[in-house]
Design a protein around this ligand. Structure first.
Ligand SMILES: [Zn+2]
Ligand SMILES: [Zn+2]
Length: 204
């Protein structure tokens, strides 16, 4: 019996086991099979598949966290939230600060920068330029090479640990549970938009 930490509600909203309720219907974010919350006194609370599947706990957690971040970000954009953040730039070593949501128009749940570099969430502007990416980090993924690749782009990268717990519903609270890195405002975006710029993938 594999113990899972996350499942989707009947409405498709991801919830961790700490927020599960007895008697409600849940499903797996990967295989969409029914899941049951095990809330007894004997074992640590967890979700279980009704019928065993090949879903690993890591893959289920990642899929649920990715879904949860995507929903939060889409809400944040719809409600015009501001997400001021400050971090140390990987290119110039200075402190940068920016509203991470400025200019962001579309949130991609699962984003391939290129065929070999995958981010869990991509933040893209109206013209299709990448403003930033979010990667969910567990023991296996992303690989150090993938992280290095994203940190070398002229966009911000937010690394969120897979152990994240939902707290509140604003983007700033989410970011506070992770780590922002990367360069931002160097290259193309700098001339186009000032400090905060979205890097065009086409203009190199
Ligand atoms: Zn499953
Ligand atoms: Zn810099």
């Amino acid at each position: 019996m594999i113990a899972y930490r996350w499942a989707l509600t009947a409405m498709g909203y991801p919830v961790p086991i700490s927020q599960a309720r007895r008697g409600e219907r849940y499903s797996c974010p990967l295989c969409h099979g029914p899941m049951i919350p095990r809330l007894g006194d004997q074992l640590q609370h967890h979700f279980a598949h009704e019928e065993d599947t090949g879903c690993t706990t890591e893959a289920v957690t990642r899929a649920a966290v990715r879904r949860w971040i995507t929903i939060q970000l889409r809400d944040a954009i719809a409600s015009h939230q501001v997400a001021k953040a400050r971090w140390t730039c990987s290119k110039c070593g200075q402190q940068h600060s920016a509203d991470l949501l400025e200019g962001v128009a579309v949130i991609h749940e699962g984003y391939y920068w290129d065929p070999t570099h995958y981010a869990d969430v991509g933040l893209v502007d109206r013209a299709g330029n990448v403003c930033g990416v979010i990667v969910v980090q567990d023991e296996l993924l992303p690989t150090p090479e993938t992280l290095r690749f994203f940190l070398n782009q002229d966009t911000f990268t937010i690394v969120i640990p897979a152990s994240v717990e939902p707290a509140g519903s604003d983007f700033a609270t989410l970011v506070a549970q992770g780590q922002i890195a990367g360069a931002h405002g160097h290259g193309v975006g700098q001339t186009r938009r000032g400090l905060f710029g979205c890097r065009s993938r086409d203009s190199g």
